[in-house]
Write a protein that binds this ligand. Structure first.
Ligand code: FAD
Length: 337
């Protein structure tokens, strides 16, 4: 167990915010993790669990322990004619895992190419993109209960996945540290090209037929065009969730704003937060050292010298404007620390 003190987290969060952790430890096994958790418990030190730092907003220094999950490994634990079950360490990079699956010819995660972060964080908000969510390929996960340091298994039902949501953002928030995730991938992939311009772009890039490589490269191409690269400009992807409104509210909004698009879900109509933000005049707006991205208004950016609190203030101003103009509350997707 190696514990560092007064550790700068600047390189470990994609907003590039310069805050410190009083204590910091990277763990490479469940045993390491348990040891650090016990050390914190004995001293009543609060714990934050960090993956790739691509979905956290540091609003101050952290008077406690930040544990970075570095647990690695990819292992096939079951194989049939149709599918494989792959158990992956929580500290593995998500996109590298996607590349590994694509190279093996296993389908299911190709639409989730180029999402930053780690495998262990993927179930937390049920990452999703281009018509696919992690729940679609999820089999089970192994986590350590912070309270008891015992190992707990979760199946899909136990994770209670929803849109950018799971048990780990609700009742189970801050209680478990995910150590391994097992995915069920298909040996006979069915391609999902229905979202946006994926199919057209695939052909534009010169692919005649879809394949895992073609789909993955097409998604990566689209994402690179649309989203800012955190290594060049600090951001955490979509800052807000797309709101789901009642059919009645959607109809009334649509009557006043005919260009608004809605997508039916089981809970109502999902509308694009980016559209709402843009139509309040925030797209590309600069707010001191932070701002709203000029191509994707759902992404808040740090131009370099911004503080977490500047981003919080900006996000509140945006949410207020959207509420006043459209009567729609915006829910934050990023985790505030
Ligand atoms: C440019 C960009 C594009 C993005 N695009 C998408 C997208 O298309 N779809 C999407 O869904 N998301 C997207 N995101 C958000 C982000 O990539 C995901 O939320 C990702 O899963 C975060 O992984 P992470 O390892 O960086 O998590 P972190 O930011 O380190 O942590 C996020 C949360 O998960 C918790 N956590 C992390 N690891 C563990 C663990 N092992 N056990 C328990 N808790 C843990 C943390 O405590 C924190 O609360 C994007 C982000 C960026 C910067």
């Amino acid at each position: 167990m190696q514990i560092q003190e007064d550790f700068s987290l600047r390189q470990l969060n994609t907003f590039g915010l310069d805050q410190c952790a009083r204590f910091f430890s990277e763990v490479y096994s469940t045993e390491d993790l348990t040891e650090v958790l016990r050390w914190c418990d004995e001293r009543a030190i609060p714990v934050w669990v960090l993956g790739g730092g691509s979905n956290v907003l540091l609003t101050s220094d952290l008077e406690g322990m930040v544990i970075k999950i570095g647990i690695k490994g990819r292992e096939v634990v079951e194989e049939t004619e149709d599918h494989v079950l792959v158990r992956v360490g929580a500290g593995e990079n998500w996109h590298e895992f996607v590349m590994f699956a694509v190279a093996k010819g296993w389908g299911g995660v190709e639409n989730l190419s180029l999402i930053p972060g780690t495998v262990g964080a993927a179930p937390i908000q049920n990452i999703g993109a281009y018509g696919v969510e992690v729940k679609d390929v999820f089999h089970s996960l192994e986590a350590i209960d912070k309270k008891t340091t015992s190992l707990v298994f979760f199946d899909s039902k136990g994770c209670a996945f929803g849109y950018r949501d799971s048990y780990f953002k609700g009742q189970g928030k801050n209680r478990y540290v995910i150590c391994y995730v097992t995915f069920k991938l298909s040996k006979s992939p069915v391609y999902n090209l229905t979202y946006g311009n994926v199919e057209d772009m695939l052909h534009e890039l010169g692919y005649v037929e879809p394949s895992l490589t073609a789909v993955s490269e097409t998604i990566s191409f689209i994402r690179r065009q649309k989203l800012p690269d955190p290594s060049r400009i600090g951001n955490a992807g979509s800052f807000f969730k797309n709101p789901v409104v009642s059919l009645a509210q959607y109809q009334s909004l649509k009557d006043n704003h005919p260009t608004l698009q809605g997508f039916p879900t089981k809970d109502g109509m999902k509308i694009a937060a980016a559209w709402l933000i843009e139509h309040c005049g925030w797209k590309g707006k600069r707010w001191g050292t932070v701002g709203v991205h000029d191509r994707q208004p759902l992404v808040l950016v740090n131009y370099g010298q911004g503080r977490g609190q500047d981003i919080v203030n900006l996000s509140q101003a945006i949410a207020k404007a959207v509420m006043e103009k459209f009567g729609v509350p915006l829910e934050v997707e990023v985790n505030f620390w």
